[in-house]
Design a protein around this ligand. Structure first.
Ligand SMILES: Cc1ncc(COP(=O)(O)O)c(C=O)c1O
Length: 394
């Protein structure tokens, strides 16, 4: 038998896959396990959006669309961006994709030649490094030097070389919940402008912001607009993860490149989901408010519980639905726990609670826990985490 491609062979499988399978098999066996691993809102897709999709099927709106997506949807996205951020992207500068994930992947494919470097701040969303590697690129990580888990414009400036093609930014950040302020982004935009690199700004959590914080989008900075690949979608903000609709907005050259790739790979995202997303962007926008209020209440509960557990440090999440505490002081060599992965195995096997090891996000000192689950579940989970950590205390 001939070998598989070296591209796929070199791609490392996430070590959290085995952990997730263990959690699932424990559930199947009827064991009492709770997962705080969810990467999606625990809310139903709003009814009007569900109905729009049902009508699309019944009316026969089930054929191919334009490669970049239905014109009306791109127009609705263009209006939405304008309403939210007072920035004009024409429908011709928007490509609808199969989730934000595919928007990011296709952006990387469009700009990255083998050997090109793409800067990725730590902690990063798990798929960025893998996508860069698939494109033959080189992942260049930057580690935050401060407790707030933010990287600075100066750090980016220092990391840029002649081979740097782009940086990927993600605010609010999965896994830390960190949200960059306007002055911080402005300083980063200046470095990007001066160095002529691209910036892929993944703003998929932009509607999940707490404490009435004013959110700043990378689209605000007109100077870098030509270098910006703006990524967003309906997955998180409209509780539509399974519908697989994201988009990117960028200059015409990037858009043509992505259309070429998409045209030969997925053709376009599912027509029915596109009609549903049209309703999301055109319809009532009040859904976020209820969801964000619930997430904020849970965030407060999680942070209060974490504050009572000694020797943990956790940046205060200002967006998304994750907390990312440092639990490394509980690593206990005598118990065979030297890493976030081993700690997560221990908490799952011995205490029945599933967390995601920070290793998956480039920070082995931390773990990610999602509060996209009810307060009742969070309470039980925290009782278990507390007991588990107590049993490890030196
Ligand atoms: C930071 C970040 N970007 C992108 C995505 C992917 O979004 P989608 O489900 O629309 O592909 C996720 C999903 O978890 C995410 O957390």
């Amino acid at each position: 038998m001939r070998t598989l491609s070296s591209r796929i062979s070199q791609l490392t499988e996430s070590q959290t896959v085995a952990l997730t399978s263990l959690l699932e098999s424990m559930k199947r066996e009827g064991k009492d396990v709770i997962s705080l691993g969810a990467g999606e809102p625990d809310f139903a897709t709003p009814y009007a959006i569900q109905q729009a999709a049902t009508h699309a099927i019944q009316k026969g709106n089930t054929k191919y669309t334009a490669v970049s997506g239905i014109y009306e949807l791109r127009q609705a996205i263009s209006n939405w961006i304008n309403n939210e951020y007072s920035v004009i992207y024409s429908p011709e500068n928007i490509v609808v994709t199969s989730g934000a994930k595919h928007a990011i992947y296709q952006s990387i494919i469009a700009i990255c030649d083998p050997g090109d470097e793409i800067i990725v701040p730590i902690p990063y969303w798990v798929s960025y490094p893998a996508q860069i590697e698939l494109a033959g690129g080189v992942v260049k990580t930057i580690t935050p030097q401060t407790m707030d888990l933010k990287i600075t414009a100066e750090q980016i400036d220092q990391a840029i070389t002649a081979k740097t093609k782009a940086i990927i930014l993600n605010s609010p950040c999965n896994p830390s919940g960190v949200v960059y302020s306007k002055p911080e982004l402005e300083a980063i935009a200046r470095v990007i402008k001066r160095n002529g690199i691209y910036v892929i700004s993944d703003e998929i959590y932009d509607k999940i912001i707490f404490d009435a914080l004013e959110y700043s989008s990378m689209t605000y900075f007109a100077d870098v607009r030509d270098q910006l690949i703006y990524v967003n979608g309906v997955s998180k903000s409209f509780a539509m993860t399974g519908w697989r609709i994201g988009f990117l907005a960028a200059n015409s050259q990037i858009v043509s490149a992505v259309k070429k790739y998409q045209g030969h790979s997925t053709t376009h995202p599912t027509t029915i989901s596109q009609v549903a997303a049209l309703e999301a962007y055109r319809g009532d926008q009040s859904f976020h408010r209820e969801m964000v209020a619930a997430f904020q209440q849970r965030r407060d509960y999680v942070m209060q519980r974490l504050s009572t557990i000694k020797k943990t440090g956790c940046v205060f999440p200002r967006g998304a639905f994750y907390a990312f505490p440092d639990l490394s002081l509980y690593y206990n060599k005598n118990m065979g726990i030297k890493s976030s992965l081993e700690l997560c195995y221990y908490l799952l096997e011995q205490f029945g609670v599933g967390l995601v090891p920070g290793q998956a996000f480039g920070m082995d000192t931390h773990v990610r826990l999602s509060f996209a689950t009810s307060l009742d579940v969070l309470k039980i989970a925290f009782d278990r985490i507390e007991s588990g950590l107590k049993s490890l205390a030196p």
